[in-house]
Design a protein around this ligand. Structure first.
Ligand SMILES: NC(=O)c1ccc[n+]([C@@H]2O[C@H](COP(=O)([O-])OP(=O)(O)OC[C@H]3O[C@@H](n4cnc5c(N)ncnc54)[C@H](OP(=O)(O)O)[C@@H]3O)[C@@H](O)[C@H]2O)c1
Length: 335
C-alpha cells in the first residue's frame, strides 16, 4: 500500500514499474500494489492494481479516474486487504507526526510492515513505534527518512556491528549542501534556494532544511538506531545556514576551506553531545569534497578506524530507491 503520491510517491511508482521484473527474477519477489492513497481518496483492489495503469493515471490528475474512491483513507485501506508493507510518503510534520503517525500505528497494529520516507512520526514517537513493531514481529524501516540513498543506517547498524562508535559526523541534507556549494561559487542565497526547490530536493517547507532541522532529525534517527540512544530533537543544539553569507563562503574557499552544515554527535565522558552547525573544514577532512546535493557520513570507531560513506542521490528517486531497498530487506528477513 502506498500512502502519498507526491514527489516521492510518484518516483516510487515509476521505480516499481521499472524494477518489478528484475525483483521477481533476481530476488524471487513478486511485488503487487494493492492500494494507492492521497489526502482525498485512493485506488484499492484486493487482487492488485496494474502498476502500468496506475503510473499512467498518476502522471495526470489522479482523482479524475473512474476507479477513484473519494474519501478512502489509509487506515480503511489497510483493513480491507491482506497485510504486506505500508510505504509511507505523506508530508513530514515534525511537531504532530500526522498524518503519518496514525498511518504507521494502524499498520503496526494490523500486521503490516512499514517502510517510511516520512520523518514526522519518527521524531514524535520513534521509541514506541519501534517497540510496537518488535512486539508484533514486524519491520519498521526508515532509510528513506534518514539520509535516504546514503546508506547511513544500514552501514552503521550492520557493517559496523561490534564496534564502539565514538563519534558520527555527516553532511545529511542535500539542499543545504547544494546551496552552500553554489554560494561558495558566488550565487546568492535566494537563487541557490530557488534552484534547490526547482530540483525537487528541498523539503515542502524549506525552513526545515535551511534552519538545520532536517539534518537534526536525521542525526537523531541515526544516533538512536546506530548508537542505541534515546535522544530527541531538544537534545541537539541546532543552527542552520540562514546567517551564512555568500561573502564568508567565497572568502573561506580562498583560504582552502569549505563551510559544510555538519550534524555531529560525539562521546563526551560517558555522555553524548550532539549539534548541527555550519562548520569550516579543510581538505584533510573526509567530507571536504562532498559538494552539491551529495551527502556523506563518517563513523569514528574503536576497531575499524574512521569509516566514511559518500554519495547517494538527494532527490525523490533516491528516496524511492531507499524505500525499495527497505522492502527488499524486509522480505529477505533482514529485520
Ligand atoms: N522530496 C524528497 O526528495 C524527499 C526525500 C526524502 C524524504 N522525503 C519525505 O517523503 C515524504 C513525501 O515527500 P514529497 O516530497 O513526496 O511530498 P509531497 O510532494 O508534498 O507529497 C505528499 C503526498 O502525501 C499525500 N497526503 C497528504 N496527506 C495524506 C493523507 N492523510 N493520506 C494519504 N495521503 C496524504 C498528498 O496528497 P494530496 O496530493 O492529495 O495533498 C501527496 O500526494 C515527506 O515526508 C518528505 O519529508 C522527501
Amino acid at each position: 500500500v502506498l500512502a502519498g503520491v507526491g514527489h516521492v510517491g510518484r518516483a516510487f511508482l515509476s521505480l516499481l514499474q521499472e524494477k518489478v521484473e528484475t525483483l521477481s527474477s533476481r530476488y524471487g519477489l513478486d511485488l503487487c500494489l494493492r492500494a494507492v492513497l492521497k489526502s482525498d481518496g485512493g485506488f484499492i483492489s484486493r487482487s492488485g492494481l496494474g502498476i502500468d495503469r496506475i503510473c499512467e493515471i498518476a502522471s495526470g490528475p489522479i482523482n479524475a479516474s473512474p476507479d477513484w474512491n473519494p474519501g478512502l483513507t489509509v487506515e480503511a485501506a489497510l483493513g480491507r486487504i491482506p497485510p504486506g508493507v505500508l510505504v509511507e510518503c505523506t508530508p513530514s510534520n515534525i511537531k504532530t507526526g500526522e498524518p503519518g503517525l496514525s498511518h504507521i500505528r494502524s499498520a503496526l497494529d494490523n500486521g503490516w510492515h512499514v517502510a517510511t520516507a516520512n520523518k514526522g512520526p519518527l521524531v514524535v514517537d520513534l521509541k514506541r513505534l519501534r517497540e510496537r513493531a518488535q512486539k508484533n514481529h514486524l519491520a519498521l524501516k526508515f532509510s528513506g527518512a534518514a539520509a535516504a540513498a546514503l546508506p547511513a543506517l544500514d552501514v552503521g547498524r550492520y557493517s559496523l556491528a561490534g564496534t564502539e562508535i565514538q563519534a558520527i559526523e555527516g553532511i545529511l541534507n542535500g539542499t543545504t549542501n547544494y546551496m552552500l556549494t553554489k554560494m561558495g561559487q558566488g550565487v546568492d542565497y535566494a537563487e541557490a534556494l530557488r534552484d534547490a526547490q526547482a530540483m525537487g530536493i528541498a523539503e515542502h517547507d524549506p525552513s526545515l532544511d535551511v534552519e538545520g532541522w532536517d539534518t537534526a532529525v536525521k542525526l537523531m534517527l541515526i544516533s538512536n538506531v546506530v548508537l542505541g540512544l534515546d535522544i530527541s530533537l531538544s537534545d541537539i543544539k541546532v543552527s542552520g545556514i540562514t546567517k551564512v553569507s555568500r561573502a564568508t563562503l567565497v572568502e573561506t574557499k580562498k583560504e582552502g576551506q569549505a563551510v559544510k552544515l555538519l550534524g555531529r554527535i560525539r562521546r563526551d565522558q560517558g555522555d553524548f553531545q550532539a549539534e548541527v552547525a555550519p562548520t569550516a573544514i579543510d581538505r584533510r577532512h573526509a567530507l571536504f569534497h562532498v559538494d552539491g546535493a551529495e551527502k556523506g557520513i563518517t563513523f569514528l570507531t574503536d576497531t575499524m578506524g574512521a569509516v566514511t560513506v559518500i554519495g547517494g542521490k538527494s532527490d525523490p528517486r533516491g528516496a524511492a530507491a531507499a524505500l525499495l531497498k527497505d522492502i527488499l530487506n524486509i522480505y529477505t528477513s533482514n529485520l
